[in-house]
Design a protein around this ligand. Structure first.
Ligand SMILES: *Cc1c(COP(=O)(O)O)cnc(C)c1O
Length: 390
């Protein structure tokens, strides 16, 4: 296979696959061995060294999708994030991250970094000034998430990479929400891309994994720490993840298409106060999103008008599942005020625009009409409740 200029679906389906030389089967054989020969071999293999045949296969696919030289896979998104941060940040260093950080990453920073003597600052917004004013002499990294959780704000990736380069520091993105199908930050000069592969890469709500992609040098630095920390992914899960990623391109496009339709439908509904989706023209960074994203993802948030009780809406849903996590083929929905942002004070939630009526919706790949019918009957239930009360 000529690997130059392959389309993403071909990359998803084939790149990295392990050839079954023995039986000529069509898919990568699964190598469960934790013990490999060390004499007369090119590579001494061991699962914790992140170099079994299946680990390597998946890394090649992810690197190719992220347009990078190399990649590493981990036992969770948080293992990928913690290993990457600690690989580049040492005692006395400083990192700038967004305030709207994924909860697990926020906890890692505020609960663990002081033990290592690593300093950090949270950017209040998404503009160049918000980040640049926090850069100090000892700043070593700019870390971003775009789109952000749960309000889907977009950070200018070119701006971030230029800012990092002008200070001679590393830029890192948590690219989970976009997936490499909708956004390849390497195109804009971002150094390191991290994924919770638990989300769109796995895509079926049945895998917990993480990945990081970057240059050979950067991946080598991360690998040096990774082999000591030991957060490698199990062989069977790797094999499942390779299977899942074959359909990632078509899945993510189906998510995008459904979310676009549903965002537009929600926007015109009288009970909906506001819809947060980068594909909508009234989104504050719609033009920027169009410039740096290939699709607007299956993630959106919307706010039900204040006078209605969202718990009644959530209970009345029959297709969409109120549940944690995101990016599976099945539609799931959650209240950030009750889950991801539940530990913040009401004042802090208000400051971050996380109202009690806000719902984060991970739009699945079911037929859009069926998803819309479920939303419609849920919203109608709210109207009936109000009538019953009167
Ligand atoms: C879920 C998630 C993570 C953490 O991934 P795990 O696989 O649960 O460890 C990190 N970042 C983002 C944006 C996520 O959605």
């Amino acid at each position: 296979m000529n690997e130059k200029n392959l389309g993403v679906n071909t990359i998803c389906t084939h790149v990295g696959e392990v050839e079954d030389k023995q039986f000529k089967g069509a898919i990568s054989p699964l190598y469960m061995s934790t013990s490999y020969a060390y004499e007369d071999v090119e590579i001494k293999r061991y699962p914790r060294y992140f170099n079994t045949p299946n680990q390597e296969a998946l890394c090649k696919k992810i690197a190719k999708l992220e347009k990078c030289e190399n990649a590493l896979i981990f036992g969770s998104g948080m293992a990928a994030i913690s290993t990457t941060l600690l690989a580049f940040l040492h005692t006395g260093d400083h990192v700038v991250l967004p305030q709207t950080l994924y909860g697990g990453t926020f906890n890692l920073v505020v609960e663990e970094f002081h033990k290592f003597g690593i300093e950090y600052s949270f950017a209040k917004g998404f503009s160049e000034d918000d980040f640049s004013e926090l850069i100090q002499e000892n700043t070593k990294m700019l870390f971003v998430e775009s789109p952000s959780n749960p309000l889907m704000r977009i950070t200018d990736l070119k701006m971030i990479s230029n800012l990092a380069k002008s200070h001679g520091i590393i830029s890192v993105i948590d690219n989970t929400f976009a997936s490499p199908i909708n956004q390849t930050p390497a195109d804009f000069g971002i150094d390191i891309m991290i994924h919770s592969a638990t989300k769109y890469m796995g895509g079926h709500s049945d895998i917990c994994a993480g990945a990081v992609a970057g240059s050979d040098d950067h991946i080598k630095t991360i690998w040096n720490l990774a082999k000591n920390l030991g957060g490698s992914l199990s062989d069977y899960t790797i094999w499942l993840l390779e299977r899942s990623m074959k359909t990632m391109g078509i899945r993510v496009r189906a998510h995008n298409e459904n979310a676009n339709k549903i965002a537009e439908w929600l926007e015109q509904h009288p009970l909906v106060e506001k819809v947060y989706y980068p594909g909508l023209r009234n989104h504050p960074e719609h033009e920027l999103a169009k410039k740096q994203m290939l699709g607007f993802t299956g993630m959106l948030s919307f706010e039900i008008k204040e006078s209605y009780d969202v718990r009644i809406f959530l209970k009345s849903l029959t297709l969409i599942k109120p549940s944690m996590s995101l990016a599976g083929v099945e539609s799931t929905i959650l209240s950030p005020a009750k889950t991801s942002h539940g530990l913040l004070t009401p004042e802090e939630r208000k400051r971050q625009n996380i109202s009690d009526g806000l719902l984060r919706f991970s739009v699945g790949i079911e037929d859009a009409n069926d998803i819309i019918s479920d939303l419609e009957q849920g919203l109608e239930t709210l109207l009936k409740e109000i009538k019953n009360e009167n």
